[in-house]
Ligand binder design. Structure first.
Ligand code: KMH
Ligand code: ZN
Length: 276
């Protein structure tokens, strides 16, 4: 009944440490290898943060470039860099990953409490990021942590500062953001125009139950260590690929085919940036 499902894998994020899971990829080689393995397991796209030499989150463009090159040397997975970075990163630094010429980049369309901190995305910065992506031919993935962020994205489409159709990732379960529930998902999805595409990323133990709902409702899914480090209660996922494999199983059980990266590029209406 629904078309192929795009599985995105959020590989590392900015908040996790090796104390929380020893399976977190940190070096450029580890992150690239994790992306390639996630792609082999069924991920059509990766959402990319990188770490510096000490394992701390960074937006340094040289490290993003290195990882992007390493991934592209081995596979055609869609590469979506994070412009969210880590809490406290300057707006200027958060533009840096765009220099790695990714296929896509995340774009959070509003500010929100993020645990005890604040994830700052004032409107002028959102506009600046959107314009920079448009100038470079990078498709945004709009990250919606709360309902008002969806309204802002729709307004920006209306005003012409974001191009339609958008791809929207509904990020549920961040402390300070919208809770992961079917009713919240329904409210959000009911506001998304038919021609747009959307996925669900839910935090922690909600990752797979919410993925199942997204699969059932015709959406796409994001899994990966950035959002959830467990395969099941008390059992750490030993790799991003394991989490992707679980999403593949859920999609197949619901009779959804898994989109290849080439199919995902068509669905998302992005052109290939791979060298000829
Ligand atoms: N690390 C969070 C503060 C994104 O990648 O665009 C922001 C985040 C969203 O992870
Ligand atoms: Zn992220």
């Amino acid at each position: 009944m629904f078309g192929p499902i795009i599985i995105t894998c959020a590989l590392v994020g900015a908040e996790l440490t090796r104390d929380q899971t020893p399976y977190l990829p940190l070096s450029p080689d580890e992150i690239a290898a994790s992306a390639i393995a996630a792609h082999q397991a069924g991920a059509a796209m990766v959402h990319l943060h990188v770490r510096d030499e000490s394992g701390r989150p960074t937006c340094r463009q040289d490290i993003f470039q290195e990882v992007v090159q390493k991934i592209r040397a081995k596979c055609d997975v869609i590469i979506q860099v994070s412009t969210g970075g880590a809490i406290g990163d300057s707006f200027e630094t958060r533009m840096e990953p765009l220099a790695a010429e990714p296929d896509m980049a995340s774009l959070t369309t509003g500010s929100i409490n993020f645990g005890d901190e604040v994830f700052l995305n004032p409107r002028p910065f959102i506009e600046q990021l959107a314009a920079a992506m448009a100038a470079k031919g990078i498709k945004p993935e709009v990250e919606v942590f709360d309902t008002a962020m969806l309204e802002t994205a729709l307004q920006m489409v209306g005003q012409g500062s974001l191009g339609a159709p958008l791809h929207i990732d509904l990020v549920l379960g961040v402390p300070g953001g919208l809770a992961p529930s079917e009713s919240n998902l329904e409210i959000l999805v009911s506001r998304i125009p038919q021609e747009f595409t959307w996925s669900v990323a839910a935090m922690g133990r909600h990752q797979f139950p919410m993925a199942q709902l997204a699969i059932k409702k015709g959406g796409h899914v994001r899994v990966g260590l950035e959002d959830n480090i467990y395969l099941s209660k008390g059992v750490l996922a030993r790799s991003n690929a394991e989490l992707v494999e679980r999403a593949v199983q859920l999609a197949k059980a619901a009779n959804r085919n898994i989109a290849s990266s080439a199919q995902a590029r068509e669905i998302l209406k992005i052109s290939s940036t791979l060298p000829d």
